[in-house]
Design a protein around this ligand. Structure first.
Ligand SMILES: Cc1cc2nc3c(=O)[nH]c(=O)nc-3n(C[C@H](O)[C@H](O)[C@H](O)COP(=O)(O)OP(=O)(O)OC[C@H]3O[C@@H](n4cnc5c(N)ncnc54)[C@H](O)[C@@H]3O)c2cc1C
Length: 380
């Protein structure tokens, strides 16, 4: 552990990418993770994550997505495995829906490929779905899904090949500054390095108490379903989403021999004040609005899920990310508050963090993902 350059604290979606980029740049780096590799106790599990470029959340994300797409492709080549399934994604909603208008806004600003469904394509969807009459569909052919746990493991594997050291099942209890350096205290050891990168997901506020960050943790669920008639052929090979009055429902087609559609609502659930008390068991009421959705829009699906999983969102008040340097300690960088839409960005987030560590700046660190007044209650 002597002469470490950087410690990366938390090896989930963002930390696994940060350590990969740092190791690739020849930095002597140690990753510390409280649980096991690609575990299912944080925010980066559940087999799949959507990835898309026509970003309704804000067009400023599109340049970051261009770079993320390139980096996912690079990681696939380096790890010699498929991580990104370019199935396409069709988002359905009323023409005046803010989500659909946001998608078109990003398309227009960045000339993205996006097709409004024609009659024939709509009929094809209607052979399996019951699309509400007032809805139109916007299809993004280059979108799709990432295999979330495989992505984390791929980043970590390449990082170790480049010399990074990893410690699992080792929790950081505290950290501090000593002269120019920074230390972390685990159960067994005090480890010192030149810099610290905190990518602790829902646990971030516990490690950055002095910043009083406005981060709210929410319990969210994801489910897997099968068709009622298991003998029928599945025509849907693409990801899909519906802007319904009760929330943004999204889904993934079965893949790699599975028969299960994953379906979930992108909506922060119950607020979690104590992470140790998070109820990780699926309850019957968790399925909530998915039942009316399935009966109205996907009547061929059996509403009894084959599987369900509890996950967490870490929300900022404006739902944009925080990636920056600690305002009081130059040696400490952090990335948090991914507000339920961060995974697709993990390669670029890791690269931004590595640039902040090595070059002290990153051209990709835009105004709205920096540490900003809206996300700080007050700086102690
Ligand atoms: C159900 C669900 C669906 C989602 N769907 C999408 C989607 O379709 N597309 C998309 O882009 N995003 C999606 N997201 C959001 C995305 O998954 C998250 O934004 C992203 O994975 C967050 O990554 P993270 O690294 O910040 O957190 P995590 O992956 O949780 O990583 C934090 C890590 O830090 C570790 N840690 C914390 N404290 C300590 C400590 N003291 N010592 C050691 N280790 C510590 C934790 O154990 C954990 O491994 C979804 C999220 C959920 C929950």
């Amino acid at each position: 552990m002597a002469n470490l350059d950087v410690i990366v604290l938390g090896l989930g979606g963002m930390g696994s990418s940060a350590i990969y980029h740092l190791a690739k740049k020849g930095v002597k780096v140690l990753g510390v993770e409280q649980f096991t590799e690609a575990h299912s106790l944080g925010s980066s599990h559940g087999k799949t994550r959507l990835i898309r470029k026509a970003y309704f959340e804000h067009p400023d994300y599109v340049p970051l997505l261009h770079r993320s797409y390139e980096l996912w492709e690079e990681l696939e080549k380096e790890s010699a495995q498929k991580l990104f399934h370019k199935t396409g994604l069709t988002i359905f909603g009323r023409p005046d829906s803010p989500i659909l208008m946001g998608i078109k806004n990003s398309r227009d600003k960045f000339q993205l490929t996006l097709n409004e469904l024609n009659l024939e394509q709509s009929q094809e969807w209607n052979s399996s779905f019951k699309i509400p009459n007032s809805f139109i569909g916007l299809q993004e052919p280059g979108a799709g899904f990432l295999e979330v746990e495989k992505c984390i493991s791929a980043h970590l594997k390449i990082a170790t090949q480049m010399g990074a050291q990893l410690r699992f099942e080792e929790s950081c209890l505290s950290w501090g500054i000593e002269g120019e350096k920074v230390w972390i205290q685990t159960k067994t050891e005090k480890i010192t390095a030149k810099k610290l990168v905190i990518t602790a997901g829902p646990w971030t506020s516990l490690l950055l108490k002095d910043l009083n960050l406005k981060l709210q943790i929410h319990r969210v669920t994801q489910f897997w379903f099968r068709k009622k008639d298991r003998s029928t052929v599945n025509h849907i090979k693409s990801c899909f989403a519906f802007d319904m009055p009760y929330g943004f429902v999204y889904g993934f087609p079965p893949y790699s021999g599975s028969r299960d559609f994953k379906i979930a609502i992108h909506k922060p659930g119950e607020k979690i004040r104590n992470l140790d008390k998070l109820d990780r068991k699926i309850k019957p009421q968790d399925i909530g609005e998915l039942i009316p959705f399935l009966s109205a829009v996907m009547p061929e699906i059996d509403p009894n899920p084959t599987e369900g999983s509890v996950c967490m969102y870490t929300m900022t008040p404006d739902e944009h990310f925080i990636i920056d340097r600690h305002p009081n300690f130059d040696q400490v960088l952090f990335a948090a508050g991914f507000s339920g839409h961060g995974f697709k960005f993990s390669p670029i987030v890791g690269r931004i963090l590595s640039e902040l560590v090595i070059d002290n700046s990153s051209k990709d660190l835009t105004r709205f993902i920096k540490l900003r007044p809206e996300v700080l209650s007050s700086i102690a």
